[in-house]
Design a protein around this ligand. Structure first.
Ligand SMILES: NC(=O)c1ccc[n+]([C@@H]2O[C@H](COP(=O)([O-])OP(=O)(O)OC[C@H]3O[C@@H](n4cnc5c(N)ncnc54)[C@H](O)[C@@H]3O)[C@@H](O)[C@H]2O)c1
Ligand SMILES: O=C(O)C(=O)C[C@@H](O)[C@H](O)[C@H](O)COP(=O)(O)O
Ligand SMILES: [Zn+2]
Length: 363
């Protein structure tokens, strides 16, 4: 019996080819078709937590005739460093990795960001396939070709736009994910709801408990809808020259919180607080209605995401936000909503407005 597969196509852009995001259960057998026949060698980059999965994939690919190596990297943000990237480059060099060979990134968003970055930089760019194993990586990180690592100065400050050749979302992988990591992914799903597809919010509000579980009645639909939002946006604007900035909703503050917490907060948790901040900013700027602003806090809290952050950290957060990629010179720029599913840019808001929005999330 063949597994049921949903395919979402990410359109070609100048200089890049279209690719498919496959969604379904027990899909790992599809991996060789995404890798293709031109590759002789395949490197499977996986985090420590997925050592067994990494080895199973390596052995399966070896059985398919590839020279397959596994490269184990640290879990979570510890993998997104220049040192770990250099470790991967060394492993590729020692395996004789050429331009026709392929990297497979298996894991959460931190691993797929790293694996994609290694693929973007090795020999100035080799093909790669993403096998996301967290909700967050399936709905966001693995799709769209933003790859990168962190530096001491901040999050994702070094990277490249380098889309994968394909993305394999095997929903069966989500069973082993801890609830904390599962719920973190809901923040990006809720983001997709606020910026583009409010049906997502309706589904979560109707059954917040179900939304917290891989076996929830709407899990596959929530994941698929969010992937479609992301695919539509990045197909239209791969390199973030305009539209793509909407995917950064909540992220200006979120990245500052992550850095301030030395990456001990999950990305989705920080995005949750960041979206409440952005909603308050939109409200204070006279753009967003009260009901939609309040809806942020309600839906995020209903699934167990945080909506406040330590109030005494504002000076540090403000300083870090200045190096956000949306900043232009001294001007901070935020994505806010003009209404539900109407994202827009707020340019250089008055510092008093920022302070007032901060007061609403300060604990
Ligand atoms: N490139 C993009 O467009 C984009 C988009 C959103 C987020 N991101 C990045 O994604 C990262 C966050 O990703 P994340 O939330 O997936 O976290 P993560 O990658 O840090 O994974 C969380 C933890 O779960 C483990 N893990 C992964 N899959 C598992 C599974 N199936 N079972 C058990 N454990 C598993 C990981 O090893 C890690 O310890 C951040 O670095 C963020 O910046 C990138
Ligand atoms: O794909 C995008 O574009 C996004 O902004 C998606 C975000 O969810 C993601 O966290 C991304 O990595 C943030 O990018 P950055 O350019 O702000 O580092
Ligand atoms: Zn994000």
């Amino acid at each position: 019996m063949t597994a049921e597969v949903t395919r979402v196509t990410v359109g070609a852009t100048a200089g890049t080819e279209a690719y498919d995001v496959l969604i379904g259960h027990q899909l790992l057998g599809e991996l060789p078709s995404l890798i293709g026949k031109k590759a002789q060698r395949v490197a499977v980059i996986h985090p420590e937590a997925l050592a067994e999965t990494g080895e199973v994939l390596r052995a399966d690919l070896a059985a398919e005739g590839y020279e397959a190596v596994a490269i184990q990297v640290p879990n979570a943000e510890e993998a997104k460093t220049a040192e770990v990237a250099a470790y991967c480059w060394k492993a590729l060099g020692q395996s004789g990795f050429t331009r026709t060979d392929v990297i497979v990134g298996v894991g959460g968003g931190a691993t797929t960001d790293l694996a994609g970055f290694v693929a973007a930089t090795w020999l100035r760019g080799v093909r790669w396939v993403a096998v996301p194993t967290t909700v967050l990586a399936m709905v966001d990180a693995a799709v769209g070709g933003k790859t990168g690592i962190n530096t001491a100065e901040g999050k994702n400050l070094v990277g490249a736009f380098h889309p994968p050749a394909g993305v394999l979302c095997d929903l069966s992988a989500l069973g082993s994910l801890g609830v904390h990591d599962y719920v973190s992914g809901l923040a990006e799903i809720i983001k997709a709801g606020f910026i583009a597809d409010p049906a997502i919010l309706d589904l979560i509000e109707a059954d917040p408990e179900g939304a917290r579980s891989p076996d929830g009645p709407h899990t596959a639909e929530l994941i698929e809808r969010s992937i479609r939002v992301k695919a539509d946006v990045v197909s239209a604007d791969l390199k973030e020259s305009g539209l793509r900035e909407i995917l950064n909703y909540g992220h200006t503050l979120a990245h500052a919180i992550e850095k301030n917490e030395r990456y001990n907060w999950r990305h989705g948790a920080a995005v949750s607080v960041g979206m409440v901040f952005a909603a308050e900013l939109g409200r204070i700027a006279g753009r967003l209605d009260d009901a939609t602003a309040d809806r942020h806090r309600a839906v995020l809290e209903s699934v167990g995401l945080p909506v406040t952050y330590r109030g005494d950290q504002w000076p540090m957060l403000l300083e870090t936000m200045k190096v956000d990629k949306k900043s232009r010179g001294d001007r901070l720029r935020f994505i806010v909503l003009d209404g539900l599913a109407k994202p827009t840019v707020l340019e250089a808001p008055d510092p008093a407005m920022l302070l007032a929005a901060h007061a609403e999330i300060a604990s």
